[in-house]
Design a protein around this ligand. Structure first.
Ligand code: UGA
Length: 433
């Protein structure tokens, strides 16, 4: 199939490369010339595991190319995925300006095209958006949905960092379509994926995406709430969740207590759903709590440290992990931000280290934090160490790795260490125990 994809962020590019690797002919569209040139040279403008290799392969086999020319790409292909960003506005609602701009550029080629064409939204949008905001723009072409063109919604469930792996081996594929013909064409695009495919209407597909992210975020806040109870009685929430997760109905995944959820998806999507529900005059008591637990959790961890260390004023804190999770340089909504902000308010002296995210983090708190070039440098003479994310290099460190610290307090905010090893000489503060 000839597929075009508009937007070459991690969703668009990963989907493009994934479809091309499954034998489709893919054209990626982006307004940024530099990105287009890079992709055409086989160089991904973003980092995702395995992406560079596969991109080089599909570009050199002429299965994928990039262009700035939306009109040409729409005319040359039969299916277009819209994968542009949908950031949050100040009030938590979704900013659709990139989607609207991208769709406006599709009106003219649709007008001039004789063949049937399917437009499919992959960007995360609240229920109703595809039919109420995207369709009216396409209608300006004078063509008729269901006759001259199809309309669909196909949410993505890709995790940043392992997005290519998630695209190639999904748990399920959700296809929302205006009519049977649209669903048929969308199914053809996913023909080679042997996983359950749910075919439904467009609004339901849009809602499945929000509901999935909201439930995953709920599991995390639930684990964090239970973790505080466990801390107060001296048992380990990880062991509790291991026991809970053995029940097939209660999968163990996403029940890891920690510093809370960050990133560009969970906080934004839960807020957008809350905001959307309000517009529909619906209360969201559970989701409000999910968000407030997530706001409190980083502060709770610092308060606990304050109590154990009898204050952090003037103390040197080695802060390991600035990205919202390991394996990325993304600091959007990272829990490192509220934690470090609180530490600075309390008068601590923070020396931070992250393998990739220091530069991005410095933009959030310009000049407020010192950065070390290595984990070892950060730990040198530190009174306290806090681990905020799960980079491989933070996992399973042993007491020897902390040998150059002056103090002996370790806060394991993501539970990446083997706590059994940190008994005698250390004060180990693990979240949820
Ligand atoms: C998330 C979803 O997992 C994807 O399925 C979805 O497609 C994506 O959002 C999206 O909507 O685009 P992502 O934001 O990349 O993916 O990150 P996750 O790996 O899901 O982690 C999110 C946050 O939750 C991180 O801060 C992580 O540390 C935290 N987390 C995760 C926990 O605190 N506990 C857990 O048990 C799991």
């Amino acid at each position: 199939m000839k597929i075009s994809i508009i937007g070459t962020g991690y969703v668009g590019l990963v989907s493009g490369v994934g479809f091309a690797s499954k034998g489709h002919d893919v054209t990626c569209i982006d307004i940024v010339e530099e990105k287009v040139d890079k992709i055409n040279r086989g160089e991904p403008p973003i980092y995702e595991e395995g992406l560079e290799e596969l991109l080089k392969d599909v570009v050199s086999n002429d299965r994928l190319r990039a262009t700035k020319d939306t009109e040409e790409a729409i005319k040359e292909t039969e299916l277009t995925f819209i994968c542009v960003g949908t950031p949050s506005k100040q009030d938590g609602s979704v900013d659709l300006s990139s989607v609207e701009k991208a769709v406006q550029d599709m009106v003219q080629p649709l007008k001039e095209k004789d063949e049937y064409h399917v437009f499919c939204v992959k960007s995360t949008v609240v229920p109703g958006t595809t039919e109420e905001k995207v369709l009216p723009i396409l209608d300006r072409s004078g063509k008729k949905v269901g006759e001259d063109f199809g309309l669909g919604m196909n949410p993505e469930f890709l995790r940043e960092g392992i997005a290519l792996e998630d695209f190639l081996n999904p748990d399920r594929i959700v296809l929302g379509g205006w009519d049977e013909k649209t669903l048929e064409i969308l199914s053809k695009a996913y023909e080679k994926f042997e996983v359950p495919k749910l075919k439904t209407d467009i609004k339901t597909a849009e809602m499945i995406k929000y509901t999935s992210n909201a439930l995953l975020a709920t599991k995390i806040s639930f684990a964090n709430e239970i973790s505080r109870i466990c801390e107060s009685i001296g048992i380990d929430v990880y062991e509790v969740m291991d026991g809970v997760g053995l029940d097939d109905r209660l999968k163990r995944d996403f029940l890891n207590a920690g510093a809370g959820f960050g990133g560009s998806c969970f906080p934004k999507d839960v807020k957008a759903l809350v905001n959307y529900a309000k517009e529909k005059d619906q209360e969201t008591k559970l989701l409000n709590s999910v968000l407030s637990i997530n706001e409190e959790q980083p502060v709770h961890i610092i308060n606990r440290l304050e109590y154990v260390s009898e204050g952090v004023k003037g103390k040197k804190i080695a802060f390991l992990g600035l990205a919202f999770k390991g394996g990325t340089d993304d600091v959007r909504e990272t829990r490192a931000f509220p934690m470090i902000t609180r530490l600075l308010e309390l008068g601590a002296d923070v020396i931070a280290y992250d393998p990739e995210a220091s530069e991005n983090f410095n933009e959030l708190l310009p000049g407020k934090v010192q950065y070390a070039n290595s984990r070892e440098d950060a730990l040198e003479d530190a009174d306290i160490c806090i681990i905020q994310n799960d980079w491989d290099e933070f996992k399973n460190l042993t007491p020897k790795d902390f040998g150059h610290m002056k103090g002996n307090i370790i806060v394991d905010a993501r539970r990446v260490l083997n706590r059994e090893e940190f008994t005698d000489d250390f004060i180990y503060i693990g979240v949820g125990m």
